[in-house]
Design a protein around this ligand. Structure first.
Ligand SMILES: [Zn+2]
Length: 134
């Protein structure tokens, strides 16, 4: 059986979520969907959040960032900074968000959002033709 990136056969679609660093999620997509379970759940949470806001008459929408790696936490920090500097967010709310991001940063070493692969984390099962043998 042929594999795409060392993890899944070609006939299993890969999640289309693109991370903050520009890499594609490596998890298999749910059947008949274009996202994996985790990213589908995140998208659904954002949709429900915005539906609740709209029901309460709140203008605009919120896109909660997915805090899946250090890059995304860094990006979220920049968003909070931008909101503070442009006056779009209150200082108290910003303080709570920064505390949340600090907690997320602390938890990074204990979380894993990538699917496990045989032979170690983020390591492809198949060796590239250009990689020397060890
Ligand atoms: Zn995904």
């Amino acid at each position: 059986m042929r594999v795409t990136d060392g993890r899944y056969p070609y006939n299993i679609a890969r999640c289309r979520h693109i991370k903050v660093n520009g890499t594609q999620c490596g998890s298999p997509a749910l059947r008949n969907l274009c996202l994996c379970y985790f990213h589908h759940l995140s998208q659904r949470t954002n949709t429900e959040l915005n539906a609740n806001l709209a029901r309460r008459g709140s203008p605009g929408s919120i896109s909660l960032p997915i805090l899946e790696d250090a890059n995304s936490i860094q990006f979220a920090l920049m968003q909070v900074m931008r909101l503070l500097l442009t006056g779009e967010i209150e200082h108290k709310t910003a303080a709570l968000l920064l505390y949340t991001l600090q907690t997320a940063s602390h938890n990074l070493s204990r979380t894993e959002f990538n699917p496990p692969s045989a032979g170690g984390r983020h390591r492809p099962l198949r060796r590239s033709r250009h990689q020397p043998r060890r």
